[in-house]
Unconditional design. Structure first.
Length: 756
């Protein structure tokens, strides 16, 4: 793919929804389960199934290539863990995924030979494949949450691979690794929380304007991400886990660690610094751009220090695997420096640093995996990789020695091999940083870059001389050094790739690196300049010559001074100078705080005890007073009760006496009532008879009155000469009669009451 084609794709980017990235991540995880089940029945079938799983995974990743040529592939699981899992593959994601899957396939094939004499092989293959799925999840994630999740899973699954042999040294190396990994994960999580709290999204997209609008200071957030990803990269001074882990882990694990897992940290660093913390409008002069620029300047120097420190540590080692581990630290310093240049120069001139860093990631994955496989091939026979003991392997394993020289020349930046191209582009980048960044100190950084390249040649010369030259040990003379055809094929393949990239550097640059750069915020003119850079110009070819001469002089000086066998004192180590004081400060602070806190608590307890004791004394006195009052009031109460009882007895007697009187009265009343009733009945009957007789008498009197009155009126009238209406009734005889009856009734009542 040419630069023009990449620019056209970038200009017409479309979003493609596809499950392919998800399947690529989940397939090796499912394959690890099948390998676990297969390991219960047949070892050969288990190993073949592991290789087949890695092969199919590589094919699935390659199937993403046609899609990313036309746009960005996405897939979102919205219902997973409430926030959701977001998968996204652009060209950079595809490039890393293909690099990981290809390296894993070759390492898995290599493991089928290397692990034959190792214990717990089924567990090894299970975690080998699961770690592949986690690594692919890191680079195929579409947001920081999903990336963090897979990044942590990768840390924990790779821990099992590091401690595979379960020796005391392996457990110690794994412990340091997991502690550092967890610390890095917490740092990442803190940065993610701050971004999400302020911006409300974790998308891997330019967010600088939103970050600044939310009041988030990049000087606070970016270092959290640098620490989190820098630990996995082996960035100084966060590298202390790496040499120990590489020394104790099996060689297939070393190969995939250098080729893939270290690069996962670099991938995160690229995404954060050259994408998330960039303006949405390329080249826009928004707030925060200058802050990010200065952070990039600091990263350049961290990268320079890392490459020098790693090279120095490698020179001082005698264990071949530790030398290669320290070499990985140094090489990651080159990559870190390129990322720093891309961040420092930004939109206008940052493409050179980005391209050099990405190109070196590809190259380092090739020659470092090959070098670990070569050392592992020697270990399979000698069971030792100490270069002071294992010597003369050139005659025993000549193919391994030749392929080692090819990889050595590649990592040393010799023209015609892959490392030369990436180191040349990185050299251009540091020169551009000095030229366009107007930072005079970066001129000195460029000189240190050349020195670090010379030191790379020095420690690999030491490693080659120790392993392949000199005389073999007597016990090794009798051993049969037969390298498996599988390992030979892999070493030849890696050597061919190193040579092919070195001879045809434009292929990787224009087909892989430039399309990935076109998806970032870099000036298209600067990207076009990088695409057409001529690495074969004399100005560039003379640099390796200077490096070679400097390396030769440095090697002679160090060898003459016996510096290669010098054991530096413990106080010169990074652990002693940095981590030990930090740890002591932490624990002393905690202990002092704990002691002060404990003393304060004790004093509080003592004071509160005194107060409580005084309170108890007061309560005791108060209780005694209460008891006395209770006793006195009790005696009074008892007296009152006695008086009450006596009063109650008197009342009862009175009640009884009055009750008997009342009962007698009631009885007399009842008898009186009965007599009265009888008198009423008798007087009533008598009254009835009297009324009846009175009525008869009244009727007779009326008749007599009428007759006598008639005669009298007639006589009177005749005597007066007129009629008369006078009647005896006018005398009101009825009233007289009623008075007589009432008197009779009273007489009867008094009579019967008196004699009742």
């Amino acid at each position: 793919m040419s630069f023009a084609a990449a620019q056209e794709i970038n200009a017409t980017t479309e979003t493609i929804t596809s499950l392919l990235p998800v399947v690529a991540v989940l397939f090796p995880l499912a394959g690890s389960v099948l390998v676990l089940l297969a390991g219960l029945y047949a070892e050969k079938f288990r190993s073949a199934l592991a290789v087949l799983t890695a092969l199919v995974t590589f094919g699935l990743v390659l199937a993403i290539y046609p899609l990313v040529q036309h746009g960005t592939v996405i897939y979102h699981f919205a219902d997973v863990m409430e926030y959701g899992l977001f998968f996204r593959a652009d060209f950079l994601s595809f490039l890393f995924a293909a690099l990981f899957a290809g390296s894993w396939l070759l390492a898995t094939i290599y493991a089928t030979v290397y692990m034959k004499k190792e214990a717990s092989q089924t567990r090894f293959y299970v975690f080998l494949l699961s770690t592949l799925g986690h690594c692919l999840g890191v680079v195929l994630s579409g947001d920081l949450f999903s990336l963090f999740l897979f990044f942590e899973l990768m840390t924990f699954s790779s821990y099992v691979l590091v401690i595979h042999r379960q020796t005391e040294q392996a457990i110690r190396a794994g412990t340091i690794m997991i502690y550092m990994g967890v610390a890095g994960g917490l740092s990442l999580l803190m940065g993610i929380f701050m971004l999400y709290w302020g911006v409300g999204t974790l998308e891997l997209a330019p967010l600088l304007e939103e970050i600044m609008a939310a009041g988030i200071n990049p000087l606070v957030v970016i270092p959290l991400f640098i620490v989190g990803f820098g630990i996995k990269m082996g960035m100084a001074p966060l590298h202390i886990w790496l040499p120990r882990a590489y020394e104790e882990a099996p060689s297939p694990v070393n190969a995939i660690s250098s080729a893939a897992m270290l690069k996962a940290g670099a991938y995160g660093m690229i995404r954060i610094l050259t994408m998330v913390f960039t303006p949405a409008t390329p080249g826009a002069a928004v707030a925060g751009v200058e802050i990010v620029k200065y952070i990039g300047f600091a990263i350049i120097w961290v990268g320079i220090i890392t490459m020098l420190l790693g090279a120095t540590l490698a020179i001082l080692q005698n264990n071949a695997k530790r030398i290669l581990g320290c070499s990985s630290i140094s090489q990651m310093g080159y990559i870190l420096m390129g990322i720093g240049v891309a961040t420092f120069l930004g939109y206008e001139k940052g493409a050179m640093g980005f391209a050099g860093s990405l190109y070196h990631i590809i190259n380092h994955s090739v020659f470092k995996a090959a070098l670990f496989m070569m050392v592992g091939a020697i270990y399979l026979t000698t069971l030792n990789v100490d270069i002071t003991k294992v010597r003369g392997m050139f005659k025993k394993v000549p193919l391994v020695a030749v392929t080692f020289l090819i990889a050595y020349a590649g990592i040393g930046g010799i023209p015609g091999l892959n490392g030369y191209v990436s180191k040349t582009i990185l050299h251009h980048a540091i020169v551009d940083a000095h030229k366009y960044g107007h930072a005079q100190s970066l001129l000195f950084a460029e000189k240190l870059f050349v020195l670090a390249s010379a030191m790379t040649l020095v420690y690999f010369a030491k490693l080659f001389e120790g392993l392949f030259l000199g005389r073999t040990r007597p016990e090794d003379d009798e051993k049969s050094f037969k390298v498996s055809w599988v390992i030979k094929s892999l070493l030849i393949l890696y050597s061919g790739i190193i040579l092919a990239i070195g001879v045809f550097p434009e292929f990787v640059l224009n087909r892989l690196v430039i399309p990935a750069a076109a998806g970032f915020s870099f000036d298209p003119k600067n990207v076009a300049y990088v695409a057409h850079v001529n690495v074969w110009a004399w100005q560039d070819l003379k640099e390796p010559l200077i490096v070679f001469i400097l390396a030769a002089v440095l090697y002679l000086i160090l060898d003459h001074a016996r510096a290669f066998t010098w054991k530096p004192p413990e106080w010169l180590s990074v652990e002693f100078m940095f981590y030990l004081p930090l740890t002591r400060f932490f624990f002393q602070t905690c202990c002092r705080f704990g002691a002060s806190f404990d003393t304060a608590i004790n004093q509080t307890y003592m004071k509160s005890g005194k107060v409580a004791s005084a309170m108890c004394t007061y309560i005791t006195s108060f209780d005694s007073s209460i008891n006395d009052a209770y006793e006195k009031s009790g005696s009074v109460a008892r007296k009152i009760v006695n008086q009450t009882e006596r009063f109650d007895s008197s009342i009862n007697d009175a009640y009884e006496k009055s009750g008997s009187v009342a009962r007698n009265f009631v009885n007399q009343t009842e008898r009186f009532d009965d007599a009265l009733n009888d008198a009423y009945e008798k007087s009533g009957r008598t009254a009835k008879r009297l009324v009846n007789k009175t009525a008869e008498l009244d009727g007779a009197l009326d008749d007599a009155y009428e007759q006598s009155g008639y005669r009298s009126r007639s006589l009177w009238d005749r005597m007066r000469g007129r009629p008369s209406d006078w009647n005896i009734k006018n005398l009101n005889f009825d009233s007289l009669l009623m008075a007589l009856m009432l008197g009779l009734f009273l007489f009867i009542l008094i009579y019967y009451t008196k004699f009742a």
